[in-house]
Write a protein that binds this ligand. Structure first.
Ligand code: BGC
Length: 252
């Protein structure tokens, strides 16, 4: 099925038409800077522009940096508070005239890796951690997603969450070396491992491209690998999610 996959991020809103069966991009990936402030209307206008520029009419899958429950935004850690409790799927459907299926951005990236990437056909528990402005997580058991885990917000010690301590943005803002940041990130992974005992941990987002710079700081029992699909993971996973829900809706 052909679907327009969209990934809403802190600095860019990206989209491409995806073959949801193969995970391949059928068009160039288009990136438009995230508007500032990134209010619901401003983001919807950029999504509508993307749809227009791709000449798209059809289902859209949208990955978004928040817990998304049945299309509705439930958290606002790194996004405009105006999104809180908004029915994002309906809001974007209004702006584009297309049916929209929304999900958490890390869940989308994890879907791509379990369907087509480093965890394809993997039996066991996979934890995907996306490293960027925030710290996103996605949890799978034998390829089935347990959505909205939001484990970047666990406390490592009083008043300090994994995201505040070890997101990609923190490395840049605090001018940490890869080793210094790697030690912090390792602490977060150790905590997650103690709670979830994943068999495989996949790292996505910008910093995963630099895995060789901090791999020696990581000390957990699970196998740790960078994701295989880097730039497109969010777009592809959003499209796969939309294809699955659109198919279910059509058979109802
Ligand atoms: C949000 C998550 C999101 C992650 C990565 C966190 O701040 O709470 O929903 O997946 O950032 O964007």
């Amino acid at each position: 099925m052909e679907i327009l996959g969209i990934d809403v991020g802190g600095s860019g809103i990206k989209g491409a038409i995806v073959d949801s069966k193969t995970g391949r991009l059928l068009t160039e990936r288009l990136r438009i800077p995230t508007p500032r402030p990134a209010t619901p209307d401003a983001v919807a206008a950029v999504v509508a522009q993307l749809v227009h520029e791709k000449g798209w009419q059809g289902p859209i899958g949208c990955g978004f940096p928040a817990a998304i429950q049945h299309g509705r935004v439930r958290t606002a850690a790194n996004i405009d508070p105006g999104f809180l409790d908004l029915d994002l799927a309906a809001h974007l459907a209004d702006a584009t005239g297309c049916p929209v299926y929304a999900l958490n951005d890390a869940d989308a990236a994890g879907m791509t890796e379990t369907r087509f990437g480093a965890a394809k056909d993997f039996d066991g528990v996979v934890l995907m951690v996306t490293i960027g402005t925030g710290l996103g997580t996605a949890l799978f058991s034998n390829g089935t997603l347990m959505p909205n885990t939001e484990l970047g917000h666990i406390y490592l010690r009083k008043g300090v969450t994994a995201e505040n301590h070890a997101a990609g943005r923190v490395r840049k803002d605090e001018g940490l070396s890869w080793s210094e940041w790697g030690d912090r990130f390792n602490r977060a992974l150790q905590q997650l491992e103690a709670l979830l005992w994943p068999d495989l941990i996949l790292l996505g987002g910008g910093a995963s491209k630099k895995f060789d710079r901090f791999a020696d700081r990581i000390d957990v029992r699970a196998e740790v690998k960078p994701a295989q699909t880097l730039n497109e993971a969010g777009i592809v996973g959003a499209a796969v999610h939309a294809a699955e829900l659109a198919r279910e809706a059509s058979t109802r």
